[in-house]
Design a protein around this ligand. Sequence first.
Ligand SMILES: *Cc1c(COP(=O)(O)O)cnc(C)c1O
Length: 423
Amino acid sequence: MNLYVEMGISEKVYDYGEKAIKKLEDRFAVIDKIAEYNQAKVLAAMQKNKVSAVCFAATTGYGYDDVGRDNLERVYADVFHTEAALVRPQITCGTHALTVALSANLLPGDELLSPVGLPYDTLQEVIGIRQSPCSLAEYGVSYRQVDLLDDGTFDYDGIRAAINEKTKLITIQRSKGYATRPTFSVAQIGELIAFCKSIKPDVLVMVDNCYGEFVETIEPSDVGADMVVGSLIKNPGGGLAPIGGYICGTSACVSRCAFRLSAPGLGQEVGANLGLMPSLYQGFFLAPTVVASAEKGAIFAANLYEPLGFRCVPNATESRHDIIQAVELGSEEGMIAFCKGIQAAAPVDSFATPLPWEMPGYNDKVIMAAGAFVQGSSIELSADGPIRPPYAVYFQGGLTWHHAKHGILLSLQKMIDAGLVKL
Ligand SMILES: *Cc1c(COP(=O)(O)O)cnc(C)c1O
């Protein structure tokens, strides 16, 4: 306790947190069970594929016959129960992985459909919803969108009407990202996929799985997705992967992705691992427990802030399908105080002070708190949000539950110190 006081968290805030945690024991136990199952799933895949020290060797140049890289892809394919996987440092981030998956499987004249409303910000330029050089639109791929109904459910009639002879690929974003709609469960995604395939059996379905991996015991690839796609500096990298993305799916889809990523004719055969295999394997091994820690942090925050009158999305009690927590703080001052707490609790750059700033591509000022070992990593404890009503911070991550707890307590302390809330 004394150490907490020395680190700036008062006894009163600490006790308030302990009371919240007492009530969360049952929910945390469920999260631990899911992590235990997913840990076994990853372990089984590593054992089946005989992961050994040979897999950790660095390769350079073309990277032909890269045993470690090829085996990591088999491990990912086994965990996601897919025929094939493309997992490598040449995929620079989640947006890149999604771009490869889309542009490899859509040809001029094809149509892309999003039945879940507007996709994540960065995807809008990829698709051409916002104009950009080299967008899919520029290459003659059209786009159609069906918004969710007011209650956040799928507009099945609208989707039926939108699917046509040109519809080649359907993209489903699992996480709400930085929108206010709910995150979908894997079961809900399964229902949507089944509906779409009942109308057009040969349509391809890609799921943007960012922030969702290992939150449940099944993944969208278990319920009919042809491709699941994500970033290694989020959940599946376990905090250790310094770069990378993954595409798991059918052999037909994934091999096209490989030809798009490198070059027609070369495909999956090239791409040196540059010595990153130890962190990609070990990060994947740790990912189930890291995701559990982040999820506990998100639930803890909702249960700390909601009783104090701040709207939380998801709320304090509802079930979770990703690791993102939004807290509406109601003012710019609130967002600054919250982010100061997250920053001050970081293992890296704890001495920095986050301030609202103009950012390219955003209409409003944005504030960001991150003190991460891997730059920009959002599986590490981090918070950000645009300075506009309802003044919501989106926060996520936490490599350990204890660090997530520490950061959230310190955020509340900073809110109290700024006179914005009273216990
Ligand atoms: C983060 C994210 C992306 C993009 O990933 P980057 O690694 O930031 O490029 C895409 N979709 C969703 C839902 C995300 O959360």
